[in-house]
Design a protein around this ligand. Structure first.
Ligand SMILES: Nc1nc2c(ncn2[C@@H]2O[C@H](COP(=O)(O)OP(=O)(O)OP(=O)(O)O)[C@@H](O)[C@H]2O)c(=O)[nH]1
Length: 798
């Protein structure tokens, strides 16, 4: 089953030059709660596949994918890293290791946008954690395999975690393997040695000092594991049979009702079918740190996760016919020469300059060819193309359908940002002209949503002479990470840097000072408050002598959504959940387009002015506006000879400012970030922690559960609870929970919604209330109106 490892490959890229076979390609991500073991597992995958010749460790700061200095010194993943490698010589995997910390959630969002499948890693002791539930939801619609990691830890619970998967994540489980224990640890607990392979009916045991030394033994009738295997296989076949009629037929007719007679190939086909249909999730286990279970996980990736041929299709701005060609991948609009790709990540490399990560959805991108950015309307020439192996690059001539690679070169970097759609011709260098202007050049993949920033800090240069460098450095940072935002207050001259959390801003500051050498001072990190509208502005119109005509209304997003219809073109303004709505023109259509500027250029000008105007117009405390829509009425006109969009920008910006002027203060509300918080404490600490949460922190408590008790969970679903109770699960023999009966040390998990402002420095308080034993996690839930009793004190402080 396991390929023998190729001799030390150094970081050679020769694996990569394998023949292009789209059905043997997997674009996958590793997602999980913080510290579940994503990077450790990735590192082992690279080693056992022969990609690297030594295993890096997170704790020693020498892993391949965590290559940023901040990642190595802090032992956490900050940015998602893409790496390509082969498995079973036939398959090519493009893998993205994503960060687990909630502050870097945008990295997860943008990686998921271009991935076809995921491995969800769970910590076998902690089970399904708050962030696991969050990334699971973020990856909705993407087929996922679960890997229950850290099976070597005291208190690990394979079956308990599988049960939590069912109840909390509402999925059926397919136990592809189960843990095997031999001997005892120094602590007296059973020693995790390997896995029982339910599909292939084998036991795999690892020599932990040499991950490639795997002993494989058949499980024969009468051997100690036979009974367990029979129960697990029966359960697996039964679950598959509820969905897969073909398997039922085989089971009854050919296998004569014997669960053990179903060939492993047929089982794998059935598991894949169930996963791709969203019916169930394959579950495996291991201990990556001890090198156990990684090869079966890679086998599962290639056996069960989809190739680009079977993957879900991205959402476009309008419907186009898509056909799947087994050899070349997707063909859009019946045009074999059309290439469509999306940029999902930008990084600045000290040697190579700006590098833009793209995923190709149809056709191929070729170096030196012309390309069109259908998001911005800019035409440019492709520079060099490379494929990344963490921070090492391999130059290639062509990126084909389903592949993930990097665009380089100054024309590309000037013209492409995160989320943009790139259109090109497959074979003709200057083939853009032969593409259909309406159906093909106008095609846009829906952009990547940026979560709203919740913390900000004032930032200024230490000396005035450094202002320009500071601005350039911040621009470079934001280009890489659009979840960082900058806003300038013209009145006070203050510049605010905003981000997803305190750690996010701390890392940004670190990078500004140490990587970009910007001599800046960063002030206290504060929660970002916003304002929103509760009524529409009046219609504001302008008609100039030169032939411009614009009519604009700004309205609450809720109102706009309630009346949304097909004659409106919606554009996310990226920040603060604001949108630009352009009503279909009364004067122009795609077939009657006399203007020199393109529709995309016109819309981009409107979007830029809307972003600037909405950043300032909060009336109560000048906070930026949130959840608002700028609507451009259908009577808009632009002079035919307009070559630049600068005038559209100026006019629309002043119109939005004018529109706001007529509103009274009562048309605005203040919004604040609300966090979804879960606090795990010992039973004896619960009273004081709860009191502090509901009193000082204004928490709205949603549930209080025993850790790992699923019945009263807020999201418990009766169907999945029942399925979980019926599911065969082997006994958890590392479940070192004898102390549960004493009651005194049972962990309680308190879940609630809490204003972010009240959670600042919560760690210190929790430590003092629980003698350092309590832990907590929180992630952004949404913006809500500030309650009246807290409004005055907030306004005073800000
Ligand atoms: N005992 C044990 N520890 C493990 C295992 N896998 C990972 N760890 C440890 O868990 C910690 C976190 O591992 P990482 O691989 O950094 O986890 P991660 O999910 O990538 O973390 P972030 O990317 O920062 O969210 C490190 O100290 C690892 O050594 C395992 O199988 N067993």
């Amino acid at each position: 089953m396991f390929r023998s490892r190729k001799p030390a490959l150094d970081f050679a890229m020769r694996f990569f030059s394998s023949k292009y076979d789209i059905s043997a390609q997997r674009d996958i991500g590793i997602i999980a709660h913080i510290d579940a073991g994503k990077t450790t597992t990735t590192e082992r995958m690279l080693y056992v596949s022969g990609k690297t010749k030594r295993i890096g460790n997170v704790d020693e700061g020498d892993t391949i994918t965590d290559f940023l200095p901040q990642e190595r010194s802090r032992g956490i993943t900050i940015q998602s890293a893409a790496i390509s490698f082969n498995w079973q010589s036939k398959y090519k995997l493009n893998l993205i290791d994503t960060p687990g910390h909630a502050d870097f959630t945008f990295e997860v969002i943008r990686a998921l946008k271009v991935l076809d499948g995921c491995v969800t890693i769970l910590d076998a002791v902690a089970g399904v954690e708050a962030q696991t539930e969050k990334v699971w939801k973020q990856a909705k619609g993407i087929p996922k395999i679960c890997f229950i990691n850290k099976m070597d830890r005291s208190g690990a619970g394979f079956s308990r975690t599988a049960k939590e998967l069912m109840v909390k994540l509402k999925t059926r489980v397919l136990l592809v393997n189960a843990p095997v224990f031999d001997g005892v640890e120094a602590s007296g607990e059973p020693m995790f040695k390997g896995v029982l392979d339910v599909v292939n009916q084998k036991i795999l045991r690892w020599d932990t000092s040499d991950p490639e030394n795997v002993s494989v033994s058949e499980i024969i009738e009468g051997s100690p594991y036979w009974g367990e295997l029979v129960k697990l296989r029966e359960s697996l076949v039964e679950t598959l049979s509820e969905f897969d009629e073909h398997l039922v037929e085989y089971f009854l007719d050919t296998a004569e009702g014997d669960y053990m007679k179903i060939p492993s190939d047929l089982m794998n086909v059935s598991i894949r079918k169930c996963l791709l249909a969203g019916y169930a999730t394959p579950v495996l286990c291991g201990a990556s740190f001890r090198n156990i279970g990684v090869q079966p996980l890679l086998d599962a990736v290639v056996n069960y996760l989809p190739s680009p041929l079977e993957a879900r299709w991205p959402e476009f701005n309008y419907e186009v016919p898509v056909a799947i060609d087994r050899k070349n991948g997707a063909i859009i609009n019946k045009n074999k020469n059309l290439c469509v790709a999306q940029a999902f990540k930008v990084i600045t490399d000290p040697i190579r300059g700006i590098m833009i990560y793209v995923r190709v959805y149809a056709g191929s991108l070729n170096s030196g060819f012309s390309a069109y950015n259908s998001t911005t309307g800019a035409k440019f020439k492709m520079g060099k193309l490379v494929v990344m192996h963490a921070n090492l690059a391999e130059e290639i001539k062509q990126l084909r359908c389903g592949e993930i690679g990097v665009l380089t070169g100054s024309t590309v970097s000037e013209n492409v940002r995160t989320g943009d759609t790139i259109i090109a011709h497959n074979v003709k260098k200057d083939g853009l002209r032969s593409l259909d202007k309406v159906k093909e050049l106008g095609l846009r993949i829906n952009p990547i949503d940026t979560p709203p920033p919740v913390f900000s800090a004032a930032i200024e240069p230490r000396t005035l002479g450094n202002k320009k460098l500071m601005e350039e450095s911040i621009a470079a940072l934001i280009r890489e990470d659009p979840s960082l935002h900058i806003s300038a207050d013209e009145e006070t001259g203050q510049t605010l840097l905003s981000g997803m959390g305190q750690l996010h801003l701390e890392i940004a500051k670190d990078r500004l000072l140490n990587e970009l050498n910007a001599d800046v001072e960063v002030g206290k990190v504060m929660v970002s408050f916003k304002e929103t509208l509760n009524s529409c502005t009046a219609l504001k119109q302008i008609e100039t002598e030169t032939g411009y005509r614009l009519s604009i209304v700004v309205e609450p997003l809720e109102d706009a959504e309630a009346t949304k219809n097909a004659s409106e073109d919606w554009h996310s303004l990226s920040t603060d959940n604001n949108f630009l709505i352009v009503e279909k023109s009364a004067t122009y259509s795609a077939s009657n387009w006399p203007l020199q500027i393109s529709y995309e250029q016109f819309v981009n000008a409107l979007a830029s002015s809307s972003i600037v105007a909405l950043q300032k117009n909060g009336r109560i405390a000048n906070f930026p506006l949130h959840s608002c829509a700028v609507r451009v009425k259908r009577d808009w006109e632009v002079p035919t000879d307009t070559a630049s969009v600068a005038q559209v920008l100026t006019l629309s910006r002043s119109l939005i400012f004018e529109a706001f002027k007529e509103l009274s203060d009562s048309s605005f509300d203040i919004l604040e970030p609300i966090m979804n918080v879960s606090v795990a404490v010992k039973q004896e600490d619960m009273g004081s922690v709860l009191q502090d949460l509901t009193g000082a922190r204004k928490a709205n408590i949603l549930s209080i559960d025993d850790e790992h008790t699923l019945d009263s969970s807020q999201d418990a679903d009766i169907t999945f609870q029942k399925l979980a109770d019926e599911q065969y699960l082997p006994a958890d023999n590392t479940l070192n929970r004898a102390n549960i009966s004493t009651g005194a040390t049972v962990n309680k998990v308190i879940r609630g919604m809490v204003p972010l402002k009240e959670m600042v420095s919560y760690m210190n308080k929790l430590r003092s209330l629980t003698q350092g034993r309590g832990t907590y996690h929180m992630f952004y839930h949404g913006m809500e109106k500030v309650s009246n009793d807290r409004l005055a004190s907030i306004l005073e402080e800000y």
